[in-house]
Design a protein around this ligand. Structure first.
Ligand code: BGP
Length: 478
């Protein structure tokens, strides 16, 4: 019996800041990711205030969707994509974020992209802001710490709605909005790094700033959702959460409680606001104990209440454990690490692979919110090797995805309403955390390397054919 819906949205996910390139073409301004240098698993990326001559900033060219979109979309179509997740580069539309009028050349680029997608009946799923705040707003306002940015974002989003109405139906407001909870989120998430220059791993931990900035993002998100509901009733408006499932390492109640508290703040703080329209009951104590004083304007609570989302989306890569024992072995993870789980193996970047966690997570989230769900990022960052005959045999990636799709299938059987699945970096792109090309996720290999070399040619990996068959069989044949 078929498990996934007949019109299940199979596809892939990307983000402009890691994929698009063309960073200074046709009037585009620079975004924060254009100021981040290349790094590696061992060497952190540097954020620089100015663009330094002779330094490599991998997002600037990335894997050049800007000039390859036709070829890439044809490849996605060949795999049978029903949906393609991409983000719009804010600075392509409003170069500093502050212009009164949008940049027509920027708008025209995405028109071409959406038309190309529709040619193949691929539905665009658009993230309005994915780690690419205009750098000018960082400089002027300390990013989202300033309330001014709400209006600028609103203007940007409304410009997109007006222009792409009829071409785009599925919208996500902010990528991984809960990144702001973690120090790392100050760079790519909230842009609260005015004047900062240095490694992206050593940003001073300014919780007050980040939580204030996050409040502004939550209000901005709700405002545009409310606006869309009022003006474009056909739109489906979603959020996007970095879902960081963790388990208590032991059955010691201290560990259980610590894990519960960490899950609340990392995973549910933002989602609760975006789905239920108000801050959760546990927020107040967290603010008090962390000396966080959020300035809210009269009317904010009403906006949050009126701008709740239609569907819930999240990224899922790995899980960690929570332990109150400071001597426990630690491991890395997406944005944040945790205690090592003795039952799981990890990727080469130390992210623990846990397919079953996806089923657990889908059930947890669906029980909490009862909204249709979409897994909009998932995948294995791995080193790929081109064989002498030109093939790339990424069986490790196939295994990872196979197990995760099987887990989703179980979750659907459990009763979760799942709309779609867009594995991350369906074509190779720049890693957000390390700035590497060596950490690849794609079904499609791009000839581009960490020293900036490469002719950007595309080639199909073994997983390409495999995924094509998964889609053709609607997830029955894995
Ligand atoms: C998510 C981000 C993506 C993406 C992914 C993989 O947190 O939304 O932008 O990059 O993680 O992470 P990385 O690129 O660090 O391997």
């Amino acid at each position: 019996m078929a498990v996934f819906k007949k019109d299940f949205l199979w596809g892939g996910a990307t983000a402009a800041n890691q994929y698009e390139g063309g960073w200074n073409l046709d009037g585009k301004g620079d975004s924060i990711s254009d100021h981040l240098t290349v790094g590696s698993h061992k060497v952190p990326r540097q954020l620089t205030r100015t663009i330094k001559e002779g330094t490599l900033y991998p997002s600037q060219e990335a894997t050049d969707f800007y000039h390859h979109y036709k070829e890439d979309i044809a490849l996605f179509a060949e795999m049978g994509f029903k949906v393609f997740r991409l983000s719009i580069n804010w600075t392509r539309i409003f170069p500093t974020g502050m212009e009164e009028e949008p940049n027509e050349a920027g708008l025209a680029f995405y028109d071409k992209v959406f038309d190309e997608l529709h040619k193949y009946n691929i539905e665009p799923l658009v993230t309005i802001s994915h780690y690419e705040i205009p750098y000018a707003l960082v400089d002027k306002y300390n990013g989202w710490e300033s309330r001014e940015v709400i209006d600028l974002f609103f203007r940007y989003a409304v410009t997109l709605f007006k222009r792409y109405n009829g071409k785009v139906k599925y919208w996500l407001t902010f990528n991984e909005i809960n990144a702001a909870i973690m120090p790392f989120g100050a760079v790519l998430g909230t842009g609260t790094v005015k004047g900062y220059e240095g490694p992206n791993t050593e940003i001073p931990d300014k919780k007050q700033e980040r939580f204030q900035a996050l409040h502004h993002q939550l209000v901005a998100s709700a405002l545009v959702v409310k606006y869309a509901h009022e003006h474009y009733p056909d739109f489906m408006m979603g959020n996007m959460i970095c879902y960081l499932l963790s388990y208590a390492l032991t059955c010691n109640p201290d560990d259980i409680l610590a894990n519960q508290k960490s899950m609340e703040i990392l995973n549910y703080y933002c989602g609760d606001v975006q789905v239920r329209g108000e801050y959760p009951y546990f927020a107040k104590r967290y603010w008090e104990e962390n000396d966080i004083h959020i300035e809210m304007k009269h009317g904010d609570d009403e906006i949050l209440r009126e701008g709740t989302i239609d569907f819930y989306t999240f990224s899922y890569y790995m899980t960690n454990c929570t332990s109150t024992d400071p001597n426990q072995k630690q491991t890395a993870g997406n944005i944040i690490g945790g205690a090592k789980n003795p039952y799981l193996k990890a990727s080469d970047w130390g992210w623990q692979v846990d397919p079953q966690g996806l089923r657990i997570g889908l059930n947890e989230l669906y029980a909490r919110y009862g909204l249709p769900m979409m897994v909009v990022e998932n995948g294995l960052g791995a080193y790929d090797k081109i064989e002498k005959d030109g093939s790339i045999n990424d069986d490790y990636r196939i295994d990872y995805l196979k197990d995760h799709i099987a887990a989703m299938r179980e979750a659907v059987k459990d009763g979760v309403d799942l709309l779609g699945y867009t594995p991350w970096g369906c074509i190779d792109l720049v890693s957000a955390s390390t700035g590497e090309m060596a950490k690849r996720y794609g079904f499609i290999y791009v000839d581009k390397y960490d020293d900036g070399t490469g002719d950007l040619s595309r080639r199909r990996k073994k997983s390409f054919e495999w995924y094509k068959n998964v889609i053709a069989s609607n997830g029955e044949e894995l």
